[in-house]
Every structure is written in structure tokens, then in C-alpha cells.
Design a protein around this ligand. Structure first.
Ligand SMILES: *Cc1c(COP(=O)(O)O)cnc(C)c1O
Length: 492
């Protein structure tokens, strides 16, 4: 299957590209993104037929339907990485916490957050394409805390790939920072920047657009790519687990085939819920996608009013930092699906030029056929974490935002799957504050140990061993120094 551009074609780039081209060079005409030309239709009995399949088998059959230009052996090699999750046959278990509410735990991979679900296989695929083409790539990643560790973990020591990872210094948890600065690999560079996540993301976008930077890389025969969720190579792996949600409810006899379900997704860059939107359009019986956001309520506002307005808005730092966002990249793919490329270009041009766009009433209605949204604040999150910890279920602050959607957005009495995007171990000080109902400042290590004792839960090895690891990446720099730091690293 080929991929087309969300903002139409500029007459210079190819009108259609293959999957491997779309993931090697994810930037399309006019700054747009690549999307599949059409979504594959799976056979009618696909869901029932996979009730007893392993995750890898489901994944393989969905990927196959996309007819991607990746060798079978490479696909299998990528999917084998799910063997490193806690349970190889069920890397993302779906767990019941209320009569009609299930948590899809997406954090059982090596870095304990949902980014592993897509980045693990993506890293393997990207490296294999680069190798096959005999090309070298520099992957730039900007992270608010979870993408960085997952990208570094998947790309470390992979052939033909180097990674430069930017994180906001002071803007991540201890665990997230240690996962990055202790990651060992000759091909990895980790840089703390003085600023917030939006600054890191802006710095990354500037580098991607900088011709002097590209020239420098070219001297070393290196091309640029991105591992952010604008890359369809990540999105494709994020479609699969929404099928898994449905199959697991079937398997647990919680629904009968055809019965619709709600999905609740804690959202930031909109990649996770976009996967759900594609799954819905591929035929998974999903009633609606319920989007949860935090104090940065830009997505809630957009879905409820059709207006995307970041004029004068500032990013608020919250206890669910992976959802702290102003410009959410993947809404573009939804806009394209619903209103086409001309309209996408109009709206996104307006957003870039005026920090604002407004859809028509009709367009907004159409959006609301698929999505509802609600936001909550940290105070609410803390209450929810306490409420469920008392029932012996520990959730992280991102996951907790889903409960607001569960309580307020369901119009029908249907089974609901909410996504848990991070393990409590990544945000343990907040979780301990919630459980102990105090505001004390804990470091991660103390918080982890306390929660483990109070709630009688284990800390996974991959987390506890971080505190004895050597810090290998010490750079914390101003925005202006990023480019030269990376060039230094490349030409080593
Ligand atoms: C990345 C992330 C999110 C947001 O996911 P998007 O796909 O960007 O919407 C939510 N929670 C956690 C813990 C994350 O790491």
C-alpha cells in the first residue's frame, strides 16, 4: 500500500510513497504528514478468528493487511521484541477494575510506558530499512519524558542509526531522566536543554528544517529522520492494540461479537487515540473514542467547539507531563480523514500563521461523531489515584485522567476500555502523595520504596537498577548550543 500527503502535493515531492519511504522521510509537502491511501478492510471474522491468537499473531495479520514493503523476516524480527515484555503472549493485558471498565495496561515493556508498544518494533524496522538501503540516519527525538527512554532503548547499538535525544532539564521525573542519561550505546546522544518540552520540540523542528544542519550531516553521509509520533511507522503499531482491546473483551466473555465498546485514551500528541480512530474505521466495533486531557485542555476545547486556539496560551506543567501539549501533531491525520487535503492545508496553515483555526459547525459535528473529550486537573488525578489504590489498583497520573471521561462522557451503557499509558513506577512521587494524602516532596527512590511497602507491590528490576547505574550523558545546554553539540557527536 502507498502513502499520500495530508496537505496535498507541492509538485516537487512524490505524490505517493511506499511505507518505507514514508517512515524514512516523514515530512510531506507543505509540512504535512503521510497517511495510508486507504485503510485496509480486514475479513469479516477477523476479530473472532483471533480470540486465541497471541499478540504477535494479531499484529502480524494486521500489518500484512497494510501490504507494507517490509520483508516478512524483518516484520517477524520486529514483532519478536514483544517477547521482552512481561508476558510475551499478552504484552498488554486488559484488566477489569469495575463491572464495565477495563484497563488496557500498555506499560509492560522495557521502559515501563506505552511508547514501547510502538517504538520497540519501529526501531527494528527502521534500522533494517536503513541497512538495506545502505544509508545512515540520525534520529532526532524531543521528549517530555517517555519517548526519549523508549527511543534510546530501541535504537541502542542498532546498525545505520544514530540518535540525538533532547529533553527538558528538570522537566522529567528522576526515573525518566535516569533511563535516558544512563542508557549505554555508542550511537546515542542525550542532551538536556534549559527550557520546557515545547522548547525541546521547537528546537527539534528547527533542526529538521535547518539546511545548514542538513549540509553538515550530508558531509558525513547522514540523513535526518524523526521518531516522534508524526512518523507513520509508529502509528501503524498503535492501531494493533486497539484490536487487542476488543479481542480481549471477547475472550473474557465480557462482550459478544458486534457489541460496541468505548475507548478512553489519555492524550497529548494524539497518536494513541489516532490508532483507535483507524481501528474504528477498519471495522472494530467502537462506539466512540473518549479523549482525556489535563489542565492543558487544548484537545478538549477543539473537540467540543471546533476551535483550536493557542493564542496567548502557555503550556502548563502538570503531574501528567506526557500530556502537556499545545500543538498536537496527529490531529492533522484526523482532519485529513474527515475533510480532505485542501481543508487540512487551510486549517493547519491557519494554525501555523495565526496560532488558531476554526472549523465549521458541520465539520465539528462530524468530528464529534467519533470523539468526545474532557479534561481534569492534578487535584482530581490525585483523588482518583487514592480511590483506586484503596481498591488495590495502582494507576499513574496519566491513567487517572481517564476516570473523568468514564464518569462523564458515556452516553450509553457499554463496556469501556481505558488505556494505562505508564506504570506507577514512572511517577511515584505523585502516586505516593496521593496515597499518603500529603504534599511532601519525595525523590523517586524514596517514593518507589514506600509505595512498594505500603501497597505490597514489586518494583520491576529495570526501574530499581537505575539508581545504581552510571550517568553517561552529562550535557545540559542552551537552545543555541544544540546544533553544534549534535554535529560534534556525529563527526566523532
Ligand atoms: C506519550 C504519552 C501520552 C500521550 O500519548 P499521545 O499518543 O501523544 O496522545 C500519554 N501518557 C503517557 C504516559 C505517555 O507517555
Amino acid at each position: 500500500m502507498n502513502f499520500i500527503e495530508t496537505r496535498g502535493n507541492d509538485g516537487i515531492k512524490a505524490k505517493e510513497v511506499s511505507f518505507s519511504e514514508a517512515i524514512l522521510s516523514p515530512s510531506a509537502s507543505f509540512g504535512g504528514l503521510y497517511v495510508p491511501k486507504e485503510l485496509p478492510k480486514l475479513e469479516d471474522n477477523f476479530l473472532q478468528n483471533h480470540i486465541n491468537s497471541s499478540y504477535k499473531e494479531v499484529a502480524y495479520d494486521i500489518l500484512k493487511a497494510f501490504e507494507i514493503d517490509i520483508d516478512e523476516s524483518e516484520i517477524n524480527k520486529a514483532l519478536d521484541l514483544y517477547d521482552n515484555f512481561d508476558d510475551a503472549s499478552n504484552p498488554c493485558p486488559v484488566v477489569k477494575i469495575e463491572d464495565d471498565l477495563f484497563v488496557h495496561e500498555q506499560y509492560h515493556g522495557p521502559t515501563r510506558a506505552f511508547k514501547d508498544m510502538a517504538l520497540q518494533p519501529f526501531g527494528s524496522i527502521l534500522s533494517s530499512i536503513a541497512k538495506k538501503k545502505n544509508e545512515k540516519y540520525l534520529i532526532l527525538a524531543a521528549t517530555s519524558g517517555d519517548t526519549g527512554p523508549a527511543a534510546l532503548n530501541t535504537f541502542k547499538n542498532k546498525e545505520n542509526i544514530q540518535v540525538a535525544c533532547l529533553y527538558p532539564s528538570g522537566g522529567t521525573s528522576d526515573v525518566q531522566r535516569l533511563q535516558m542519561v544512563c542508557e549505554d550505546g555508542k550511537n546515542l546522544k542525550v542532551i538536556g536543554i534549559k527550557g520546557n518540552f515545547d522548547d525541546a520540540q521547537t528546537a527539534l523542528k528547527n533542526l529538521l528544517a535547518s539546511s545548514s544542519f542538513k549540509d553538515e550531516l550530508e558531509k558525513d553521509g547522514i540523513k535526518l529522520s524523526a521518531a516522534n509520533s508524526v512518523n507513520f511507522g509508529r502509528i501503524i503499531f498503535q492501531i494493533i492494540y486497539h484490536f487487542w482491546s476488543y479481542i480481549q473483551l471477547l475472550k473474557q466473555n465480557e462482550i459478544t461479537f458486534g457489541e460496541k465498546i468505548y475507548l478512553i485514551v489519555p492524550s497529548g500528541n494524539f497518536g494513541n487515540v489516532l490508532g483507535g480512530f483507524y481501528a474504528l474505521n477498519m471495522g472494530v466495533p467502537i462506539e466512540k473514542l473518549l479523549v482525556a486531557s489535563n489542565q492543558n485542555n487544548i484537545l478538549t476545547e477543539w473537540i467540543n467547539t471546533g476551535v483550536y486556539d493557542i493564542r496567548g496560551k502557555e503550556l502548563k506543567l502538570t503531574k501528567s507531563p506526557a500530556m502537556d501539549i499545545l500543538k498536537s501533531s496527529n490531529i492533522e491525520r484526523v482532519i485529513f480523514s474527515l475533510y480532505g487535503d485542501k481543508r487540512t492545508k487551510e486549517l493547519l496553515d491557519s494554525l501555523n500563521e495565526n496560532s488558531y483555526f476554526k472549523m465549521t459547525e458541520e465539520e465539528t459535528k462530524k468530528l464529534q461523531e467519533y470523539f468526545s473529550a474532557i479534561n481534569s486537573d492534578d487535584e482530581y488525578g490525585v483523588k482518583i489515584i487514592k480511590k483506586y489504590a484503596d481498591k488495590n489498583y495502582i494507576m499513574d497520573p496519566h491513567t487517572a485522567t481517564c476516570i473523568k471521561a468514564y464518569d462523564n462522557l458515556k452516553e450509553k451503557n457499554l463496556k469501556t476500555v481505558m488505556y494505562s499509558t505508564a506504570e506507577w513506577t514512572k511517577f511515584s512521587p505523585t502516586v505516593l502523595n496521593a496515597i499518603s494524602q500529603n504534599n511532601e516532596k519525595y525523590d523517586d527512590k524514596t517514593a518507589l520504596e514506600n509505595i512498594s511497602k505500603i501497597c505490597n507491590v514489586e518494583i520491576p528490576n529495570s526501574i530499581s537498577q537505575l539508581f545504581n547505574s552510571t550517568i553517561l550523558h552529562n550535557d545540559i545546554v542552551n537552545k543555541e548550543e544544540i546544533e553544534s553539540k549534535i554535529i560534534q557527536f556525529i563527526s566523532k
